[in-house]
Write a protein that binds this ligand. Structure first.
Ligand SMILES: Nc1ncnc2c1ncn2[C@@H]1O[C@H](COP(=O)(O)OP(=O)(O)O)[C@@H](O)[C@H]1O
Ligand SMILES: [Mg+2]
Length: 240
């Protein structure tokens, strides 16, 4: 059974339509990459799944549970973690700049039973050992890479079934971006399904199992990541 199943989704903001008839499925345990030019609607799709956009019609089912039209809190409880693009369209950072790394992680575990939160904390510190050294540093003093690692860790604190990552390597040096891509693979290996929006198509297709290409609110490609390359992607984006 698909962990995420979206059927004929039309969504946007208020009365503004962005997504047109989007249908897709992501299987449990895979990395799905969502590619496409700026303004295509990639973040809007993630926002719609997270309960942050307006849904006009269609449905979103997570692990067999229909979450269409549910609140962000309910969708989080259904097992969806979301690491937003930073800066995003809502003008909010994806971490709390005034809180320390440790406080950010604790805040992200709100509502999680203490023993589960401790387990999640151990897991994220194993995934990103560097965060342990930075435990007492405020979010605003972290480098771009450290900040993304913290944001991803925060997304993991509620132990989601599906983790959505919106451009987690944007603006990072190649070495740091590589570390983030490796971490994403490790997260998949922990059994968490990933929906990844990326500008770095080559790297994303390398780690992806499945790929989607979105252009002006519609999917132009759904299929195995290995059957897509940068040249084919370019043609899809140009409408050829
Ligand atoms: N919070 C928002 N309110 C209104 N319109 C938005 C909002 N976020 C994005 N949009 C609009 O939705 C369209 C798709 O944007 P977006 O989903 O951010 O694209 P992408 O992530 O592919 O670059 C754009 O026209 C953008 O201006
Ligand atoms: Mg975006």
């Amino acid at each position: 059974m698909a962990l995420l199943k979206i059927s004929d989704l039309n969504a946007g903001y208020g009365k503004f339509h962005v997504l047109n008839g989007v249908s897709l499925e992501v299987e449990k345990g895979e990395i799905a990459v969502l590619l496409g030019p700026n303004g295509a609607g990639k973040s809007t799709l993630l926002n719609a799944i997270a309960g942050l956009a307006t849904i006009f019609s269609g449905s979103i089912v997570v692990d067999g549970r229909d979450v269409t039209g549910k609140s962000p809190g309910e969708i989080q409880k259904a097992g969806v973690g979301y690491v937003m693009q930073s800066p995003n369209n809502f003008g909010t950072p994806n971490i709390f700049p005034e809180l320390t790394v440790r406080e950010n992680l604790i805040a992200a575990a709100a509502g999680v039973r203490p023993e589960e939160a401790e387990k999640a904390l151990r897991e994220v510190l194993e995934l990103f050992p560097k965060l342990k050294e930075l435990e007492n540093r405020k979010g605003k003093f972290l480098s771009g890479g450290e900040r993304q690692m913290l944001a991803i860790s925060m997304g993991l604190m509620k132990r989601p079934k599906l983790l959505m990552l919106d451009e987690p390597t944007a603006g990072l040096a190649p070495k740091v971006a590589s570390d983030v891509f490796s971490a994403i693979k490790s997260i998949r290996d922990m059994g968490i399904t990933i929906l990844l929006v990326e500008q770095n198509a080559r790297k994303a297709l390398e780690i992806g199992d499945r790929a989607f290409v979105m252009v002006t609110g519609r999917l132009r490609y759904s299929g195995p990541a290995k059957e897509l390359d940068e040249e084919k992607l370019g043609r899809l984006i140009m409408g050829q």
